[in-house]
Design a protein around this ligand. Structure first.
Ligand code: SF4
Ligand code: SF4
Length: 222
């Protein structure tokens, strides 16, 4: 195969990460809105294409959201398998061709953007983002989860810390939506994936209950 047939197979494996060249597409009519973006934060587990494995992220990236609880790009029209923003598709999509992975590999981890590149300097939510980063650090979560999994019956203190982190994450999103009127769908851009979803990657399921979270091991966890 010498050219892209627009079959959508690559789009079903996950949407692109965003690069500097994509900044102009954000908020462009017919382009990408903040509600279409998910922030993957440093320390979260994510699939790395060149490595072909799930690894902790070395730095923050912004990615087009998936759909239906999976990574299938939200812009892929299910009925036609066509890209709904084809004219304004991001750089990785323009570069990717399954018949020749080299061009994508060359740009893959270059000039990726973060929330700081998208939000204007002094944006009022930035202070809240920084507090959230300090209180809900995925690397700290990974350490806590590892300890808890290895010492489930003797980790009350660590489980309490984990629940506190989950509660903070949940309440900061709810509060910002309530106070600012920002859409709920934009919270994954501002604060990344909800921390109970991040936690499931580390082997622990957390289900919200009335006042906190119930923790249990995911299938296959130690
Ligand atoms: S790059 Fe390959 S997999 Fe992706 S849409 Fe084109 S032909 Fe399909
Ligand atoms: S933005 Fe369009 S081309 Fe890119 S992965 Fe999504 S559906 Fe495919």
């Amino acid at each position: 195969m010498k050219e892209c047939k627009q079959c959508g197979t690559c789009c079903r494996k996950g949407g692109p990460a965003l690069h500097l060249q994509d900044l102009e597409l954000i908020s462009l009519e017919g382009g990408i809105d903040l509600i279409d973006i998910v922030t993957l934060r440093k320390g979260e587990l994510a699939y790395d294409q060149p490595e072909g494995a799930v690894v902790p992220l070395a730095c923050e990236i912004l990615k087009i959201k998936g759909t239906g609880g999976e990574w299938i790009c939200k812009f892929l029209a299910p009925s036609t398998q066509a890209c709904r923003i084809y004219k304004n598709r991001p750089l990785e999509c323009k570069t990717l061709f399954c018949g020749d992975p080299e061009p994508l590999l060359k740009i893959y981890d270059k000039e990726r953007i973060t929330r700081k590149d998208v939000l204007p300097e002094g944006h009022p939510v930035f202070e809240i983002i920084e507090e959230h980063e300090a209180n809900c650090d995925p690397e700290k979560m990974a350490v806590l989860a590892k300890y808890i999994l290895e010492n489930w019956d003797n980790s009350a203190e660590q489980q309490a810390d984990l629940r506190e982190m989950l509660m903070y994450d949940k309440s900061v999103r709810e509060l910002l939506v309530e106070k600012s009127g920002l859409p709920l769908e934009s919270m994954e851009f501002f604060f990344g994936r909800p921390m109970n979803r991040v936690l499931s990657g580390f082997g622990i399921m957390a289900s919200p209950n009335e006042n906190s979270f119930t923790l249990r091991k995911t299938k296959g966890s130690a």
